[in-house]
Ligand binder design. Structure first.
Ligand SMILES: [Zn+2]
Length: 189
């Protein structure tokens, strides 16, 4: 498919509309958004655009890369997830669409990490599937649920859990299905 030196402003506005803030790593324009509930988790988009240039790099240069990082209690930032690269081929909207898809994938991983229990050894988030800590790499079994309360309390607890689960699903569904990232950008979800 033909290479498309997509206009920097198109990438910038798509990222800014999704609530991402510009920063730079070396000379590369990088956009960052912290997770709304766990601000130590950061979704990052490496645009492959050199700061101050009107277009992305020339043909064959790096693609757009999207990843998830975590800043641990010691202030060390660690990579915890990365998405497939987005090559700058096809139309502008196809490139932006693929970039947004990768951003959603990383935000979805951040959601799962933010909602999961923290590492009992160091308090960091854990990878949801392996249960391994992203910081000290120790694996720990999920904690057992609290002992069953008396009957009424138990019913009430179950109801709260059901409502919370429903709300979380609605939240995730709205985020993942919204092509314009409207809810994502405004923080309303
Ligand atoms: Zn740990």
């Amino acid at each position: 498919m033909a290479y498309n030196p997509i206009d920097t402003d198109i990438l910038k506005s798509a990222l800014e509309n999704a609530g991402f803030k510009a920063t730079k790593v070396g000379k590369e324009l990088v956009y960052v958004r912290d997770h709304h509930k766990e601000p130590r988790l950061h979704v990052k988009v490496y645009t492959s655009v050199t700061v101050g240039k009107a277009n992305a790099k020339k043909k064959g240069a790096d693609a757009i890369r999207t990843c998830l990082t975590y800043t641990d209690a010691k202030g060390k930032e660690r990579g915890v997830g990365k998405a497939k690269r987005v090559f700058r081929t096809g139309t502008d909207s196809a490139i932006v669409g693929r970039m947004k898809q990768r951003m959603r994938e990383m935000y979805d991983l951040a959601n799962r990490m933010a909602k999961g229990e923290r590492c009992p050894h160091c308090g960091s988030v854990r990878w949801p599937d392996s249960g391994k800590c992203v910081s000290c790499f120790k694996k720990s079994a999920p904690q057992k649920a609290a002992p069953a309360p008396a009957n009424m309390e138990k019913l009430e607890a179950e109801m709260h859990e059901m409502v919370a689960k429903y709300e979380a699903e609605q939240e995730a569904a709205a985020f993942l299905s919204d092509p314009d990232f409207y809810a994502f950008a405004t923080g309303e979800w």
